[in-house]
Ligand binder design. Structure first.
Ligand code: ATP
Length: 217
């Protein structure tokens, strides 16, 4: 009998995509035995003074960074949708694409996890997907009472436990190369003329510098 597909969505602003994102995606793929990790840029970056890099440019940098990496895919579906983008709608669309027996995972870093209870109808995520939370160095704040209440008894201890069902469980993972890299720090350093070498793929760094992106951030 063929195994159900194992699919993850890793959403974010990717402003710009850095090796913390890329290593997380590859190591998540390997840790969970995933067929595909959909790396999904969100349309709106968080409010900033002078957004100068468009969603299409963020997507192009992401595509460039992924290249032909097996199992990683830049997915533009949130950029193609009209109006605000909610993860639950994206997960519904992935569920429709892969069918009801697929193991569908929404992967988020610890910082994003802490804000989960402020999302729109967060409990509905669990009707479509599992939640996998990736530990992130420098982010150790504990979950709030309301977040703990939202999560209830969903937490499981192992990959085989989470993959026993198509959706509905929570797993915390610490990936081997956990890296204290953030896009905020990268934008800051570029705007100050400091080097970001090795924090980005070479092609992404070259494109950013050549096109003058993030230099007025
Ligand atoms: P910013 O600094 O602009 O907030 P970011 O570096 O946190 O950006 P996002 O695009 O917001 O990047 O992140 C997308 C997802 O990847 C989030 O779930 C985030 O928690 C996770 N993530 C980002 N950087 C890392 C990292 N170094 N290690 C693990 N997870 C990460």
């Amino acid at each position: 009998m063929t195994q159900p597909a194992r699919i993850a969505m890793l959403g974010g602003t990717f402003d710009p995509v850095h090796i913390g994102h890329l290593r997380s995606a590859v190591e998540l793929r390997d840790a969970l035995g995933l067929d595909t990790v959909h790396m999904m840029p969100a349309p709106q970056p968080p409010l900033r003074d002078a957004p100068q890099v468009s969603p299409r440019q963020r997507l192009a940098l992401l595509q460039m960074a992924i290249g032909d990496t097996p199992g990683l895919q830049a997915d533009a579906r949130e950029l193609e949708r009209e109006g605000p983008s909610y993860s639950v709608d994206t997960l519904r669309s992935l569920r429709q694409e892969y069918g009801e027996s697929a193991r569908l995972v929404m992967a988020i870093g610890w910082d994003a996890f802490l804000r989960l209870d402020q999302w729109r109808e967060p409990e509905r995520l669990f009707a479509f997907a599992h939640l996998v939370v990736i530990a992130r160095p420098g982010h150790a704040e504990p979950p709030s009472a309301s977040l703990r209440e939202l999560l209830g008894q969903r937490e499981v201890d192992s990959v085989s436990d989470i993959m026993a069902a198509p959706y509905g469980n929570l797993l915390h993972v610490t990936l081997p190369s956990a890296m204290a890299i953030s896009a905020t720090q990268i934008r800051q350093w570029i705007s100050e003329g400091k080097s970001v070498r090795y924090l980005l793929t070479e092609a992404v760094e070259n494109t950013i510098l050549r096109e003058g992106l993030y230099q007025r951030w």
